[in-house]
Design a protein around this ligand. Sequence first.
Ligand SMILES: [Zn+2]
Ligand SMILES: [Zn+2]
Length: 152
Amino acid sequence: MSGNPQLAHHDLTARPDARLLLRRHGLRCTPGRLNILSLLSAPELHLSITEACERLVHIGDVVHPTTVYRTLEVLTETGLTHAVHGPGATRYGITGEPHHHTVCQRCGHISALASAHLTEAVGRIEELTGLRPDTSGSLLVYGRCADCGDDL
Ligand SMILES: [Zn+2]
Ligand SMILES: [Zn+2]
């Protein structure tokens, strides 16, 4: 594991082993893939290509956005990561525990919201409207993030 103390502030037991994940999905363990998977190993983190590049630079890995894009395409195709198309740039998160997404309509920030928190609400939504989450199991909840507040 490319140990990265800066990213290690999350529950370590919940972190999937990037090498194992790649092998299980029939992908070679290239440094680029490992770095991106490590970067996204915090389940609530969903990053755009630009944000991913910024963070990779921060840990000393200078990569071209196109490379990051291609890597994320491959990881998303195999289901290791998933893309969320909110307002603004597409953001990518790691696929693990089932979660919904909250989307800030102003800055595009996306957070994960564990599905377990919304089981009842999802049940009610279906009851009232017939709508069920799609195959990704994810609802998009739009609003303003804490940083953006209420101002227009
Ligand atoms: Zn997600
Ligand atoms: Zn925001």
